[in-house]
Design a protein around this ligand. Structure first.
Ligand code: SF4
Ligand code: SF4
Length: 549
């Protein structure tokens, strides 16, 4: 048997295909994680954790998780001869354990001052043993795709190649709706890109019942009879099924199909906000129901806190789109087609996405493209010329990257968005504020004439052996601190219940953190609440499940 693995290293989780290389690249099975393994709430947290706790700690968490994910396919390591990956520059650099500080710091002068040598990030091949991977042959080739520039990664390139963006004569936009929403505007042969730190709501995280796009996730909602809403749930093939009718105000439930929901994913969040606004149940910034939540099936609800988180993400993405449109100097109506990529971009109802501001308000068509990053990893796995082709495309792109983090235009738009979503500023006032700042107001919505979906699910082919989910990445951070009295305050105050304190005998104690649940640098509550001031988050070491006793 000769197998290969295609691996998408996303900001919110990893996805992989086991591919039979002896059978024309047939996809055998698919495995996914439910979260990113590093302690984090977003990409900046990943980078901070990496810099504070050391690259060795960060890299061993990633390598262990990749091993666990590949082991789920059930192939023997000596049968796996090749690996191909795709992801943004931060994820690929952490996977390779190379310099990432140039991605963490905005501004060339700081990079120069710190004497940081920026990696080339061109297409190249390394051996699995250099990464410390145990789930594949030590001598297996690992194909690493190029970035366009250091801030425009292989995932953006994948989105551009798979949507054939560069062949278009018209002005169009593309967005991968993830934690870090990568976006591009293609106009007159030039590509303008940016990435908005949308936060995890678009991936169903930081939402009370949120989860990634996986079986049993509510992926869509629509208006049904008698004030009830249809709840759509992903089945084991990641296809949405009309599962139940639920009264969002009174929690009345009518089951339509024998499929359970255990959470709501990013596209479900978009649908909840769009349908909530449309039906008047959401009156920003509140949910106008007796208990201030919208009820969904199986006891799942959407809260006002969730609405706040969703508004932040939607506002950041709209602010990003408008910054690109403003900086390129075009009118909103000049954008003809919007390509939606990533899991959220595949399952989201484009009309609802337009209602909440995730796609431009005036459009001729939307095209839903799927998980282009995993598709690209597959292409470079099975095609020996795939890496060279990607590098050629990367070399040919005339591009300009707009750093939203330092853009005044983005800041002005985002502040306005927060006032709209968070404080309930009326839409007319929203537009007046834009005009007062010298910007064009948002036009009235013109619905697209065409909504095309080029894939049936974000991972169109799962493989005969099915989809396997890594519910627990099985990697822990552990440590024991001199002077710890075992009071468990760190455990009790952990908002994610990621931490446990164990006695080790002799009045000594050990803390253990499940990395995938931990919020990392953004939180560190465990450290700040320690009454003895002995807790040191950056002194924790990595162990895999079973080695933690
Ligand atoms: S309290 Fe500590 S262990 Fe818990 S989420 Fe925050 S940083 Fe992670
Ligand atoms: S809060 Fe501090 S003293 Fe208490 S168990 Fe945690 S590390 Fe030990």
């Amino acid at each position: 048997m000769a197998y290969g693995v295609a691996l998408d290293l996303g900001t919110s989780g990893y996805r992989s295909h086991l591919v039979d290389l002896s059978k024309n690249g047939k996809i055998v099975s698919t495995s996914i994680t439910m979260r990113h393994p590093l302690p984090s709430a977003n990409i900046m947290d990943h980078l901070h954790f990496w810099m504070e706790n050391g690259s060795e700690v960060g890299h061993s968490i990633i390598a262990e998780t990749v091993d666990h994910l590949i082991e789920l396919h059930g192939a023997k390591p000596q049968e796996i001869e090749r690996l191909a990956v795709c992801g943004n520059p931060a994820q690929l650099s952490m996977f390779e354990n190379i310099e990432i500080r140039d991605l963490a710091f905005a501004g060339q002068s700081l990079i120069n001052r710190l004497n940081i040598k920026v990696p080339e990030r061109r297409a190249h091949v390394i051996k699995a043993e250099e990464l410390g991977l145990k789930s594949v042959k030590a001598t297996a080739d690992v194909r690493i795709p190029p970035s366009i520039r250091h801030e425009i990664g292989a995932d953006a390139l994948a989105m551009i190649i798979k949507t054939k963006l560069l062949d278009k004569k018209e002005t169009c936009m593309v967005t991968d709706y993830g934690t870090n929403a990568e976006m591009g505007l293609y106009h007159n042969g030039e590509l303008y890109t940016g990435s908005a730190a949308a936060g995890p709501a678009m991936e169903g995280q930081s939402i009370e019942f949120g989860m990634l796009a996986a079986p049993e996730a509510i992926s869509d909602l629509s208006i049904g009879p008698d004030g009830m809403w249809y709840n759509y749930v992903l089945d084991e093939h990641l296809h949405p099924r009309k599962a139940a009718l639920v009264g969002p105000r009174n929690n009345q439930v009518q089951i339509l199909e024998n499929i359970k929901a255990r959470g709501i994913t990013g596209t479900g969040v978009v649908a909840a906000v769009a349908v909530g606004l449309e039906t008047g149940i959401i009156k920003l910034p509140q949910i106008d129901t007796p208990d201030h939540v919208m009820h969904l099936m199986n006891g799942i609800s959407f809260t006002e806190h969730d609405l706040k988180e969703a508004g932040k993400a939607m506002g950041a993405i709209r602010a990003g789109h408008r910054t690109l449109i403003h900086d390129v100097g075009i009118d909103d109506a000049e954008v003809k087609t919007m390509y939606l990529a990533g899991a959220s971009g595949t399952y989201v109802d484009p009309i609802k996405a337009q209602t909440v501001g995730l796609v431009p308000r005036v459009l001729e068509r939307t095209v839903q493209a799927g998980n282009t990053s995993l598709m690209m990893a597959y292409d470079i796995l099975v095609d020996d010329n795939g890496l060279d082709h990607m590098q050629d495309v990367a070399n040919s792109i005339a591009s300009k990257h707009i750093m939203f983090a330092t853009s005044k235009v983005f800041e002005d738009h985002y502040v306005n968005e927060l006032a709209y979503w968070d404080e309930g500023m009326p839409f007319e006032m929203f537009n007046r504020m834009l005009q007062a700042g010298g910007y064009k107001p948002l036009p009235d919505i013109v619905r697209p004439k065409e909504t095309l979906r080029i894939v049936s699910s974000d991972i169109p082919v799962i493989g005969d052996r099915g989809l396997k989910t890594l519910e627990d990445v099985g990697v822990y951070l552990i440590g024991s601190f001199e002077g710890c009295i075992g009071c468990k305050k760190c455990e009790k105050d952990c908002p994610e219940r990621a931490l446990k304190v164990f006695p080790m005998g002799d009045k000594k104690f050990k803390v253990r953190i499940a990395t995938e649940f931990c919020l990392g640098t953004a939180c560190k509550k465990c450290e700040t609440v320690c009454p003895e001031s002995v807790y040191q988050f950056n002194k924790l070491a990595v162990v895999r499940r079973g080695d933690d006793q």
